[in-house]
Design a protein around this ligand. Structure first.
Ligand SMILES: [Zn+2]
Ligand SMILES: [Zn+2]
Length: 299
């Protein structure tokens, strides 16, 4: 291999471009082990799943057999990265003791399933503070620490930047950095962020008019080393609207330019990019959009 590189250098050829890491959230209907093939079918090389029904508290236990079947399917699929997204019911910042206890238990179960499945990351929204923002941040960080402490795993926790609807935490880079800083140091190493383009845009960061400025701000506050995944979604909701409405790329308020920039941004080249937008009949939107993103990357 070394010889090949030397020969290429001698001819001043650029190194071959690695395939961009693009994929989508895929269904686990019929069994979690069926998800990797669905990702392959739409042309993905990275994927995201739910490990349970996200709007129910029921916590399915993944059997050793199911986990083994999933791991084998994932290996066979050639996926480069696999993440889960946690349940929508979990609120780790809640002032309501019963809800918070239930949320922590559910979150621990999420981490355990990710560990059993050998997933690279668990993506989780910061909670809703309900009463007081500072106290909510403290509760959220404590709950994260409790769960990470309970489940030693190589699955990285990725806190997702939010649109800022209602009392949800984590819609500004500063607040997200502050939340992560509150997690005790040894556990903090296992925490990163997920950058959802639709949320960040709705939260008021102008990826259309000031792409470089937004990422400079991200680098200064959170830092690229924390960036574990990008949710690459257009937004139906306008800039600063604080509404979480995903749209197919090219059909929303952001246009295609920020996505072309992301696909050509060397800082983001090895960050997995996942679609969470309406799939269309037979996943046609996903197939088309992944093709478009790969075309952007090809220049
Ligand atoms: Zn999310
Ligand atoms: Zn997202």
């Amino acid at each position: 291999m070394r010889g090949v590189t030397a020969a290429r250098k001698a001819r001043r050829e650029p190194a071959p471009k690695q395939l961009p890491l693009v994929g989508a959230h895929v269904s686990i209907a019929g069994g979690v082990d069926l998800a990797p093939a669905r990702a392959v079918a739409i042309g993905a090389n990275v994927l995201q799943i739910f490990t349970k029904t996200p709007n129910q508290w029921r916590e399915p236990v993944i059997s050793a057999g199911q986990a083994a079947a999933f791991r084998a399917a994932l290996r066979a699929s050639g996926m480069q990265f696999a993440a889960a997204h946690d349940s929508y019911l979990i609120n780790l910042a809640s002032p309501d003791r019963a809800l918070r206890t239930r949320s922590v238990a559910s979150f621990i179960a999420e981490l355990r399933r990710c560990d059993a499945l050998g997933l690279d990351a668990l993506c989780s929204h910061p909670g809703n503070f309900m009463d007081d923002r500072e106290r909510g941040l403290a509760r959220n960080a404590d709950a994260i620490a409790e769960a990470l402490d309970a489940v030693p795993t190589r699955t990285r926790l990725l806190l997702e930047l939010t649109a800022g609807q209602g009392t949800v935490l984590g819609s500004t880079f500063d607040e997200m950095a502050g939340l992560i800083a509150r997690v005790p140091a040894p556990l903090r190493r296992r925490v990163g962020v997920c950058f959802d383009t639709a949320h960040v845009f709705a939260a008021g960061y102008d990826l259309v008019g000031d792409y470089d400025g937004v990422w400079r701000q991200f680098a200064r506050t959170i830092g690229y080393r924390r960036l574990g995944m990008i949710h690459i979604n257009d937004s139906q909701a306008p800039l600063g609207s604080r509404r979480d409405r995903h749209e197919v790329i090219g059909k929303g308020a952001m246009g295609t330019e920020p996505f072309r920039r992301i696909m050509n941004d060397p800082q983001l080249a090895r960050i997995p990019k996942i679609l969470e937008t309406p799939k269309g009949e037979n996943d046609l939107n996903d197939r088309r959009t992944l093709r478009l993103l790969r075309r952007f990357a090809a220049g």
